[in-house]
Design a protein around this ligand. Structure first.
Ligand code: ADP
Ligand code: MG
Length: 406
C-alpha cells in the first residue's frame, strides 16, 4: 500500500502537491470545465488543515518548443495557469498565491515566505522545456523546494516527467516522504474494477472515441484481452473505416494505423458505427447530413455517430455489467453533433446494473455539460492515464515511484 497524504505529519513543512489542473480552457484563459480543480480539493484541504506550506504544481496544455520563439510565446500565453489560481481560491475559500515563475529567486522567495496553511500555485510546469524530458537538473531544482511530495495528479501519472517522477525520485533518495493524495486513491480504487473484471461483472464493454487517435489506438490491443466488446466512435472510427475500405472523405484518419486497425478488427470484438452525421466543414458547417458508413461523401467529414448507430450502441451498453468509456462520440462542443455522446450517456444512465467509468478531460466535461454526472459510478479525471492503468494492469510510473507505507 502506498503512503497516503492522511498519514503525513507535515506541520510547518513545505509540501509539493502535483495536481492535475490541466483543465479544458480557451486561449483567453476561460475555464470550460473545472472538474479537475474540484477533484483536487480534498488533498489540498487536508494539507492546509495539517498546517503544511502547500506548493501546488501542474501542467496546462502543450507548448511546442521546437517551433520557434513565436510559437513558444503563443503557447505560454494560451496556457497560463493564473486563471486556475483564481478559480481554486474561490473553492478553497482562502487566498492562493500565484507565482508567475517556474524557477529562480521569485519562486524561492515566494516559497520561503509561505506561512503554515498557506497555498501557492506555481506557473505551468510545461513553461520549462525540461518538464516533459524529466530533466534531472529541473527535477533537482523543484525537489529542493520541498520537505515532502504528494502525488494527486492522476491525469498525469502515466507520464514520467520532472514534476510527476523526477521530484519524488529525488525525495525518496533523500529519505523524505512521498505519498498519494485522496483523488489518486479514489482513481486507483475505481479503475482497479476495470483492470481485472470477474465473470460476474461481465460483459465488460469499452467505448473509445474522441480525437487523440494515435494515443488511444495502441491501447486497443491490450483492451481486447480484457474486454468482451470495444465500441469505437469519435475520430478513431474513420481509421477503422479506411481499414475496411470505406471512403472517409475529409474525416481525420491515421494512415499509419490502418493496418493495425485491420488486425484489431479481426478479433471480432470491435463494434463500429453503421452511420454518421457528416458536415462540409468543421466550424460553421453549411451542409450537415446523415449517411451510412459505406457512403461517406468525398468532400465531407464525419462529426458524430448517426441515429442507427445510437440504437446499436445503446443495445450493446444495455447488456454490460462494466463499462469503461474514454472519448466523446462526436464533436459534442457543437450542439448539432451532440446526439451521439448524449445517446451513450443515456444508455449508461438507463443501465442500472452496470459499473460505469468515464475518463478523459473532454469526456468528463461532456458528461457534466450534458447533465449526466450523477449517473456514472466514477468520473475519472484522467484520459490517457485511465487507459494506461488498464493497459498496464494497475501500474503507472507516477504512482509506482511513490513510497510504500511502512
Ligand atoms: P478526452 O479528453 O476525453 O480524452 P480527446 O481529447 O481524445 O478526449 O477528444 C475529445 C475531442 O474529440 C472533442 O473535442 C471532440 O470534439 C473531438 N471529436 C470527437 N469526435 C470527433 C470527430 N468525429 N471528428 C473530430 N473531432 C472529434
Ligand atoms: Mg482531451
Amino acid at each position: 500500500m502506498k503512503l497516503h497524504v492522511k498519514d503525513l505529519i507535515v506541520e510547518g513543512k513545505k509540501v509539493i502537491v502535483r495536481v492535475d489542473f490541466n483543465v479544458p480552457h480557451n486561449d483567453d484563459g476561460t475555464i470550460r470545465d473545472d472538474t479537475r480543480i474540484v477533484a483536487a480539493l480534498p488533498t489540498i484541504k487536508e494539507l492546509v488543515k495539517k498546517g503544511a506550506k502547500v506548493i501546488l504544481m501542474s501542467h496546462l496544455g502543450k507548448i511546442k518548443f521546437n517551433k520557434g520563439p513565436e510559437a513558444i510565446a503563443k503557447g505560454k500565453a494560451a496556457n497560463d495557469l493564473a486563471p486556475v489560481a483564481e478559480c481554486l481560491a474561490k473553492y478553497l475559500g482562502q487566498a492562493v498565491e500565484f507565482v508567475d515563475a517556474t524557477r529562480g529567486e521569485k519562486l524561492v522567495s515566494a516559497v520561503d515566505s509561505l506561512k503554515n496553511g498557506e497555498v501557492l500555485l506555481m506557473q505551468n510546469t510545461r513553461y520549462e522545456e525540461g518538464e516533459t524530458k524529466n530533466d534531472p537538473e529541473l527535477s533537482a531544482i523543484w525537489a529542493g523546494l520541498a520537505d515532502a511530495f504528494v502525488m494527486d495528479a492522476f491525469g498525469s501519472a502515466h507520464r514520467a516527467h520532472a514534476s510527476t517522477y523526477g521530484i519524488p525520485e529525488i525525495l525518496n533518495n533523500e529519505g523524505k516522504p512521498t505519498a498519494i493524495g485522496y483523488l489518486m486513491e479514489k482513481e486507483i480504487v475505481n479503475l482497479a474494477r476495470c483492470v481485472s473484471v470477474e465473470p460476474k461483472d461481465r460483459p465488460y464493454i469499452a467505448i473509445l472515441g474522441g480525437l487523440k487517435v494515435s494515443d488511444k489506438i495502441k491501447v486497443i490491443e491490450s483492451l481486447l484481452l480484457k474486454c468482451d466488446r470495444i465500441i469505437i466512435c469519435g475520430a478513431m472510427a474513420y481509421t477503422f473505416f479506411k481499414a475496411l475500405g470505406y471512403e472517409t472523405g475529409t474525416s481525420p484518419v491515421e494512415d499509419d494505423q490502418v493496418e493495425y486497425a485491420k488486425k484489431c478488427y479481426k478479433s471480432g470484438k470491435i463494434v463500429l458505427p453503421v452511420d454518421n452525421v457528416v458536415a462540409d466543414e468543421f466550424e460553421d458547417a453549411k451542409v450537415v447530413k446523415i449517411v451510412d458508413c459505406d457512403n461517406l461523401p468525398v468532400h465531407m467529414m464525419g462529426m458524430d455517430i448517426g441515429p442507427k448507430t445510437r440504437v446499436l450502441f445503446a443495445n450493446e451498453i444495455a447488456k454490460a455489467h462494466t463499462v469503461f468509456w474514454n472519448g466523446p462520440a462526436g464533436v459534442f462542443e457543437q450542439e448539432r453533433f451532440q446526439a451521439g455522446t448524449i445517446a451513450i450517456c443515456q444508455a449508461i444512465a438507463d443501465n442500472d446494473h452496470c459499473f460505469s467509468v468515464v475518463g478523459g478531460g473532454d469526456s468528463a466535461a461532456a458528461v457534466n455539460q450534458l447533465g449526466f454526472t450523477s449517473k456514472f459510478s466514477h468520473i475519472s479525471t484522467g484520459g490517457g492515464a485511465s487507459l494506461q492503468i488498464i493497459e498496464n494492469d494497475g501500474h503507472l510510473p507516477g504512482v509506482d515511484i511513490i513510497s510504500e507505507a511502512k
